[in-house]
Design a protein around this ligand. Structure first.
Ligand SMILES: [Zn+2]
Length: 366
């Protein structure tokens, strides 16, 4: 039904389009039956009163985010779509669901592919937002092999499409600047596809971070806060950003925020390291890539064990135990590079723990 040619009653859904994008485009072009009712429902959905806040005032906690109406439409909208078009929740989920993929919070979904964006403007006459851009492990567009772009500032959800369109036109006018080697691009895409395949087909959303492999990726991108240093990939591949959160964040909040606020370059760096750790990228390949990308070179010249220690340098013992519990899946992993890295992850905590026990027992600190 969704893929039928565009009619007066319902716009055709573009390839990989999100529900929010399809509805916004359809309402603006007046393509729906009951267009005014759907416009109202969409407005209520995107900007519920209880979540409204004055511009410039950032949310204090990552949990205080908007409901994810992009993948989970509210009951009102479902009722309206069901009454108008006899669409069931199952039909909507089949066409617009996340399919077990791990997505970033809706407020941070501003990464997009500039080539897809241009194509959609030409073919549909409107802005189309794709589901694959919302994934937490997305750094490149799988169709066009270009790094995902991002506007400089983060807009409100209701203004996202217009905001990104303005940014897109301005950057296009100024000319794209892109210096990515073909090798780094191919390696990143290889790991990105593998991670997304694993989280979708093997774990299916069971793990808190999509899959335990994604947890390693999240650790590398962990959030920089007032109280904690950023993760390896964040600080090595990105520019220093000012934290919008002044409150102390827990380890898991920092992991989530790190993913949400990372750009395509930082994600690409984390993906390359993850690929190397798990043997998806061989040591000779990563060494060749490091020649093209000096920032990667600085990281892989450390031994995997040192890399593991550095990755958890900001966590306390309690957070560390929770993390190791989630990583128990890897206890018997025999890949040599990852084994060394994992040893580094563990040994750092044990060294500090022995120091704290020494203090507690009245002995001098080691
Ligand atoms: Zn694309």
């Amino acid at each position: 039904m969704f893929d039928e040619p565009s009619t007066k009653s319902m716009p055709k859904v573009a390839y990989d389009e999100t529900l929010l994008s399809w509805m916004t485009r359809g309402v603006r072009q007046g393509k729906f039956l009951n267009n005014h009712l759907l416009a109202r429902a969409l407005e209520d959905l995107v900007l519920p009163v209880q979540y409204w806040r004055p511009r410039g005032f950032e949310i204090q906690s990552p949990e205080a985010t908007l409901p994810d109406m992009e993948f989970e439409p509210g009951e009102n909208l479902l009722k309206l779509l069901s009454n108008t078009y006899e669409l069931s929740k199952t039909a909507i989920n089949q066409r617009f669901g996340s399919n077990g993929h791990w997505n970033t919070s809706i407020e941070y979904r501003t990464l997009y592919c500039r080539v897809c964006f241009d194509e959609a403007l030409t073919t549909t006459g409107g802005v189309v937002w794709k589901r694959s851009w919302c994934r937490a492990t997305a750094a490149y567009c799988c169709l066009h092999g270009v790094p995902l772009s991002q506007p400089l500032t983060r807009p409100e959800v209701i203004q996202r499409l217009d905001h990104v369109l303005l940014h897109h036109v301005r950057v296009k006018y100024d000319g794209y600047e892109e210096h990515v080697s073909r090798l780094c691009r191919n390696l990143t895409l290889r790991v990105q596809c593998w991670l997304q395949d694993v989280e979708c087909n093997r774990w299916g959303g069971v793990h808190i971070f999509g899959s335990p492999y994604n947890l390693i990726y999240a650790i590398l991108l962990s959030r920089r806060t007032v109280h904690a240093r950023g993760g390896l990939a964040t600080t090595s591949f990105g520019q220093k950003k000012i934290s919008c959160h002044r409150s102390r964040l827990s380890f898991f909040q920092r992991l989530t925020q790190g993913i949400c606020e990372s750009d395509a370059v930082q994600r690409s760096g984390a993906l390359l390291i993850v690929g190397w750790l798990f043997g998806r990228i061989s040591t000779s390949e990563i060494e060749k890539a490091a020649i093209m990308e000096p920032r990667l070179g600085r990281l892989i010249t450390m031994s995997p064990k040192t890399l593991g220690r550095e990755a958890v340098v900001a966590v306390n013992n309690q957070e560390h135990y929770s993390m190791l519990e989630l990583l128990s899946y890897f206890h018997n992993c025999d890949h040599p590079v990852f084994s060394d890295f994992f040893q580094g992850l563990c040994s750092y905590s044990f060294a500090r723990k022995s120091r704290s026990y020494a203090h507690r027992d009245g002995n001098a600190a080691v």
